[in-house]
Ligand binder design. Sequence first.
Ligand SMILES: Nc1nc2c(ncn2[C@@H]2O[C@H](COP(=O)(O)OP(=O)(O)O)[C@@H](O)[C@H]2O)c(=O)[nH]1
Ligand SMILES: [Mg+2]
Length: 326
Amino acid sequence: MRPRSPLPPAARAILRRDRGALARLITQVERRDPAVVPTLKALYPRTGSARIIGITGPLGVGKSSLVNLLLAQLRASGKTVGVIGVDPSSPFSGGSVLGDRIRLERKAGDPGVFIRSMASRGHAGGVAAATLQAARLLDAFGMDVVLVETVGSGQVDVAIRDIASTSVVVLVPHLGDEVQTLKAGLFEIADVFCINKGDLPGADLAAKDLREYVSLANNAGRWKPEIVVTSARDGSGVPELWQAIERHEAYLDRDGGRLAGDRRRASREIEELVLDRVAGDLRGALENEPKHAALLERVARREVDPHTASEIVSRTRVRRRPPRSR
Ligand SMILES: Nc1nc2c(ncn2[C@@H]2O[C@H](COP(=O)(O)OP(=O)(O)O)[C@@H](O)[C@H]2O)c(=O)[nH]1
Ligand SMILES: [Mg+2]
C-alpha cells in the first residue's frame, strides 16, 4: 500500500469542525466541482458513524415541521444534528416551485446543528449524488444524526434509499394523490410510515389501511415497516416516530443489515461514478478522435447504422491502452 498522504487542508478543516469549510465544501459538491474529490476521498474513512435518516413524501404533508421537531428532540437529548433539505424545482423554469427553503431556525450559536438547503436543479441522479456527498460531509464533521428531507420529486425521493439507512415516508390522513405516489415507488422504500396531521380526522383509519397494506406485503423475515401517527401541530407522536427510527437502526445493526445496505449503496454509488466518468470520456472521444469522426460521418451518410456503430465503439473503448509507465 502507498504511504498515507497528508490530509488536504479542507479535510483537516472538517475534522476541526470548521463550519465555514463545511459550507464551502457542500457548495462545491452541489456545483460538482472536481476540485473537491481529493477532500471527499480523504474524508471517507472518517465517515460511517452518523445515522442518516431520510424524511420523504409529498409536498405539504409536514416534513419540514417534523424535521424541526425531531431536531429539537435530538438536541434535547444531546445529539448533534445535520439537516439537509432538498428543494423542489420546476423542470420548466428551473426555479423553486414554492420557495420552500427549509423553514428551520438554528438556535443562535448552537454548534451542534448545521442546516443546509440544497437546490434540486439538474437531473435527479446529480441531485441525489450531491445530497449523498453533503450527508457524508456532515458525517465526517461529527454529526450524530443527519436528517435529509426530500420533496416531491419522485426520483429523488426514491433515491433516498441510496443515501439514508432509514427512510421515513410521511403521508397525511386523506390519502388521495398519495396513493399515486405510493405506486410510484415510495411504498417500497419506507422503513417507517409516518401519518402526520394526526390532529385532523381520519388518521386512525389511514393508519389501519396502511397496516393492512403492510401486512399483505410479502416480507417474511425482513423488517416490517412501522406505522406512526404524529401531529407536528402539537408535537404528539414525535417521540414515538424517533423510537421507530431507532428500532429500525437497531434492527440494521442486529442482523448485518447495515453492512448489506452499505454494500448496496456502495454498488450504486460506484456505478454512478463510473458511468459519469465513462460518459465524459466517451463524449470527448466521439467528438474529438479522428477514427470516430469517420464513423460518425458514415452513420450520417446512412452507410452504417447507429446500433452497429455503438458496437464498434464499445469494442474499441474496452480495449484500452495500458497506462504509460513513467
Ligand atoms: N393540522 C396540521 N397541520 C400541519 C401539521 N404538520 C404540518 N402542518 C402544516 O402543513 C403545512 C405544510 O407543512 P410543511 O412542514 O412545510 O410540509 P412539507 O412540505 O412536507 O415540508 C404547513 O402549513 C404546516 O403548518 C400537522 O400535524 N397538523
Ligand atoms: Mg418541506
